[in-house]
Design a protein. Structure first.
Length: 181
């Protein structure tokens, strides 16, 4: 489960607005590991599955839940551990490029019945349940920033952006949430 962090990425940000049907929180993930390799390379796929217990997902897909393996672009995946067992990048395999990128991302959890209305304000992607279903992910521009959207269920999404954009994104989310009151 995710939790609001008292220190770190969101400690200096103002509190989330109170909006019925929408909750926003900066969350502290246990770990985010970037994997790089070739989807068609059987050695890479097998080594990844051995360590994570998950098969490499295709574009727009997510494998598992905690940890989750999320497609993040051609030849790139993120292992996202929300609170469960994290993995050691060194433990994956010598022929797989890995980086612990946990500190490089701001992760915001948005949840509630107004989630999709909020998402539609930030991206030109179709965000309806049919287009962006539970267990799907999308690389897009959100609030004019490069972002990864991870749909954990129909009313819960993680929004990952570069940590350097945290103040801008949080201010944008506060304004957008206010418009949904």
């Amino acid at each position: 489960m995710t939790e609001l962090i008292a220190e770190g990425a969101g400690a200096d940000l103002p509190p989330a607005p109170e909006v019925e049907g929408l909750a926003l929180a900066v969350v502290d993930l246990a770990q985010i590991i970037m994997l790089s390799g070739d989807l068609g390379d059987e050695t890479f796929a097998n080594a990844t599955q051995k360590v994570t217990g998950l098969a490499l997902p295709k574009p727009g897909e997510i494998a598992g839940s905690d940890p989750a393996l999320v497609w993040h672009g051609p030849g790139r995946w993120l292992v996202i551990a929300e609170g469960g067992d994290a993995i050691s990048p060194e433990g994956i395999a010598q022929n797989i490029a890995t980086s612990d990128v946990t500190d490089g991302y701001l992760v915001v959890e948005a949840s509630g019945p107004k989630l999709r209305a909020l998402l539609s304000m930030g991206t030109s992607l179709e965000v309806g349940e049919a287009a962006l279903a539970s267990g799907a992910s999308a690389i897009t521009r959100f609030a004019e920033l490069p972002a990864l959207l991870v749909m954990r269920d129909a009313e819960r999404a993680l929004i990952l952006v570069e940590r350097a954009s945290r103040a801008y994104l949080w201010a944008w989310l506060n304004r957008a949430a206010g418009a949904l009151k």
